[in-house]
Design a protein around this ligand. Structure first.
Ligand code: ZN
Length: 252
């Protein structure tokens, strides 16, 4: 059993074929998935996609690249979405200084307001942080609320600091890339009890399918690489990362 903690079956690239992709994932033993939003429309779509599947859950939130025009009214709508029992976390939220498509002050404001919302609903947060580790760290430290560092790309030292704040480290396709020294070091050194796996599909396709469209079934390759680096059986990586994911998302 594998738990792909971050998929975008609500995306334009995957939505139409979602039923086929879900079946292909099940055939590979991927028995749990979270569909993640990044703005109001994709969040609503995430809720819609998971309806009728008892092994799928939704995560709703407004990401740093999509918050330019976010208002308090939008956050009130998000507040409503969080009442849905299929919604297990608030995300993906955070800071993105790579694209820098939204002024940093605005990114921080919407990030902080959503942390408050997650606390109100007692749901964990799923963090997108790109080229913004230190500011992300400071906001999360002040926020005092745990969750998941999605597609973690920082150093082992940085991972430890986030773990100390109550976060799990989620590894995606880059850990399988040949020259990805840092993610491999993180996979090797971070305690398996603090690791999650994800595809972030349709993006970040792992080896051996790099260059093709990514899908949830490929999460198996991420688990395999972690197992190789940690000298463990892949079944153990699958079992423990699934246990971790169920724990953080409050799934029985
Ligand atoms: Zn994502």
């Amino acid at each position: 059993m594998y738990f792909d903690t971050h998929v975008h079956l609500n995306s334009e690239e995957l939505y139409e074929n979602r039923e086929i992709l879900i079946q292909r994932a099940l055939d590979q033993g991927v028995t749990y998935m979270c569909v993640v939003g990044y703005d109001l429309a994709s969040s609503l779509k995430a809720i819609e996609v998971v309806q009728g599947y008892d092994f799928m859950y939704a995560i709703v939130g407004i990401g740093p690249n999509d918050c330019l025009e976010t208002t308090d009214d939008d956050l009130n709508i998000l507040d409503q979405y969080l009442n849905n029992p299929k919604v297990v976390a608030l995300g993906e939220i955070g800071l993105d200084y790579y694209w820098d498509s939204v002024p940093r002050e605005k990114q921080k404001e919407i990030f902080e307001k959503q942390i408050a919302l997650a606390k109100k609903h007692h749901k964990p947060i799923v963090i997108h942080s790109r080229d913004a580790s230190e500011d992300t760290y400071q906001i999360l430290k002040a926020g005092q609320h745990g969750g998941v560092m999605h597609c973690f790309s920082g150093s082992y030292e940085m991972a430890k600091r986030f773990i100390d704040l109550g976060f799990y480290i989620s590894l995606a396709g880059p850990v399988t890339f040949k020259n990805a020294k840092t993610p491999k070091e993180v996979a090797e050194k971070v305690d398996l009890n603090k690791l999650l796996i994800e595809t972030d599909c349709p993006y970040l396709t792992p080896q051996p399918f790099r260059g093709k469209l990514n899908e949830p079934a490929n999460v198996v390759y991420i688990a395999q690489e972690i197992a190789r680096l940690k000298h463990l059986d892949v079944e153990d990586v699958a079992r423990i990362t699934t246990f971790n994911a169920k724990k953080v998302f409050g799934i029985k």
